[in-house]
Design a protein around this ligand. Structure first.
Ligand SMILES: Cc1ncc(COP(=O)(O)O)c(C=O)c1O
Length: 368
């Protein structure tokens, strides 16, 4: 049975009429760049994230970059983050002129290990960016405690964590800002590029709003040197429609993960993802870990089951970050996880038959 890693067409077909109706409205109102559809979505998304503000921007990368700039991070500063992430987390730091400093991850959750943070804090440290990887939030209480103690900002990279919770609090609502990506394959995906910063800080929200629109306080009156990072009207409209369906899609992802957990329980050589206590994991990715990844993936591919790897090379070992001076062995947990991770097919519309087919194929592979 064919099981794609992700199928965006099924979801589109299920909401086609609603989406097309809303897109026509964008055109009828010529609301192409920013405008009322973006504003309506921002209000709904802020409420969804338990925050006072959501500021729509061009991508998740822009969300991280504008949040850092808005908090005054710049040349000479250091920002602590993880290397087990998509490179955008670090690119955003680099593009402020600051330097990324990596800490290793917790083995169990694959998110930032708070016990390692204090050792890398220097007088230049300005902020911490925990990444809520795969759809599960990092351990925010100790991270916030360290940040307060050392007077550091916390920016949550929530690009993979729409709807995820930590002790009843939504991703992005605990730190100074939370940054979301709406890249099409995300749990809440646009039909193009888009992102948002959420925050409870009124001043920060105002600064990012101004920055994303060429630093304008009103048309052609520029208070600061800004940039064009506006969300476009079509994306605001699509996201507004899709946000209403997100709770149901999240539930479906969680049910799919629960069925994987049940079907794959106790299989030798396969480590399943863990949902930590008092957290709601939204399973953007369902990551398993196995020692012989290439053979495992080849066996599944032969049966038309398509997996991914998130991510094969951690950021500290990427050529682009060679100059930071990290080498193999610098972040042992990150490196081991990166070598063993396989992302099984995961999206809301997967059927129990497809999940069973994945589990059966893995079972047969293990018996070989
Ligand atoms: C953890 C993480 N951070 C940042 C980003 C960047 O988001 P975007 O692709 O919307 O720029 C992504 C998206 O791929 C991501 O997964």
């Amino acid at each position: 049975m064919k099981v794609p890693f992700l199928d965006l067409k099924i979801q589109y077909n299920s909401i086609r009429e609603e989406i097309l109706e809303e897109l026509i409205q964008v055109m009828e109102n010529t609301a192409f760049a920013s405008g009322p559809f973006v504003k309506k979505f921002e209000e709904a998304f802020a409420a969804y994230c338990q925050c006072r503000h959501a500021i729509g921007v061009g991508s998740g990368t822009d969300a991280l970059w504008t949040a850092l700039l808005g908090l005054g991070v710049g040349p000479g500063d250091e920002v602590i983050t993880v290397a087990h992430t998509f490179i955008a987390t670090c690119e955003a730091i680099s593009f402020t002129g600051a330097k990324p400093v990596f800490v290793d991850i917790e083995d169990r959750t694959c998110t930032m290990d708070p016990t390692l943070i204090e050792a890398v804090i220097t007088p230049r440290t300005k902020a911490i960016i925990p990444v809520h990887l795969y759809g599960q939030m990092a351990d925010m209480d100790p991270i916030m405690e360290i940040a307060r103690k050392h007077n550091l900002f916390v920016i949550e990279d929530a690009a993979q964590a729409h709807g995820a919770e930590y002790k009843g609090r939504r991703a992005g609502s605990i730190g100074d800002a939370g940054c979301y990506s709406f890249y099409p394959g995300k749990n809440l995906g646009a039909y193009g590029e888009a992102g948002a910063v959420v925050t409870n800080n009124d001043e920060l929200a105002a600064r990012i709003r101004m920055f994303r629109d060429h630093g304008q306080r009103q048309k052609y009156y520029h208070s600061i040197i800004g940039w064009n990072s506006r969300m476009d009207g079509f994306q605001g409209a699509v996201l507004g429609v899709k946000l209403k369906h997100l709770p149901q899609w999240t539930e479906a992802r969680r049910n799919n993960a629960a069925l994987y957990n049940e079907l794959l329980a106790g299989m030798p050589g396969i480590e399943l993802p863990v949902e930590a206590a008092e957290r709601i994991h939204v399973y953007h990715i369902y990551p398993i870990h196995t020692a012989n990844r290439a053979a495992f993936m080849e066996a599944l591919e032969k049966q038309d089951i398509h997996c991914g790897i998130h991510y094969p090379v951690p950021v500290h070992l990427q050529d682009a970050y060679h100059s930071l001076g990290y080498t193999e062995g610098s972040l042992p947990v990150t490196e081991r996880r990166a070598a063993q991770e396989v992302s099984l097919p995961m999206f809301a519309e997967l059927t129990p038959e497809q999940l069973q087919a994945v589990a059966n194929t893995i079972k047969n592979y293990i018996k070989m």
